[in-house]
Design a protein around this ligand. Sequence first.
Ligand SMILES: Nc1ncnc2c1ncn2[C@@H]1O[C@H](COP(=O)(O)OP(=O)(O)OP(=O)(O)O)[C@@H](O)[C@H]1O
Length: 236
Amino acid sequence: MTLFPLTVRGAQTVRRGRVLVGPVDLDLTGAGATVVMGPNGSGKTTLLRLLHGAARLTAGQIKWASDEGYARTQQGFVFQRPVMLRRTVLENLMYPLRMRGVGKADAQLQAREWGERVGLADLLDRAAPHLSGGEQQKLALARAMITQPQVLFLDEPTAALDGRATREIEAVLHAAKASGMQLILSTHDLGQAKRLADEVVFMLHGRVHEHSTARNFFDAPKSLQARAFLRGDIVE
Ligand SMILES: Nc1ncnc2c1ncn2[C@@H]1O[C@H](COP(=O)(O)OP(=O)(O)OP(=O)(O)O)[C@@H](O)[C@H]1O
């Protein structure tokens, strides 16, 4: 069962009388990687959380093509700052599988495989909170992917990382895309957006300002604000 298209109509989230995001209308067809861009405070994180069902929808609708319960099991989320269990890397990787009733031996086997895939094979017995920032983010990525969700949300997944860790994480994301996983990620890193995006959602003041193919967005942005943003100017 496919989750796409995702249909968003008049979606809005309000906190203490202030509109954080919306109203947003958006149709995502599952075209590989959707990169959400925009200046600080434009609502990227809130939009991702809304689409994932982690932020409360004050008005409007967000509908996946499949039923809601199934859609929930088919989504992973990687936060900007990873949240680790105070256990070993292996146990962190096994956790989502065990939660879904996978047997211990099988979970361990898959956890080892995924640990290897993201370059953590030598650190499986290390306490997760003792990993470096880059290692923790790789663990968070593997832990979100281990259940093989159809959609993976990533909120600035490499914001605090150096070039090498960023490259390694992007390699995992390219492999995920190639395997058919849909990515919806926010990033400040223009280079990363160009490397990963199939389409771009450009946010401004809590609204979707532009939604187009990556090629059109980077080569011929429609709005003045998007052009200014791509030039590195301050956009208000
Ligand atoms: N829990 C909250 N309570 C009140 N206001 C919030 C909350 N979370 C976010 N906001 C506000 O909502 C707006 C959108 O924030 P959001 O974090 O979604 O933007 P962003 O584009 O991800 O920003 P950045 O690039 O700085 O991470 C901002 O004005 C922010 O201050």
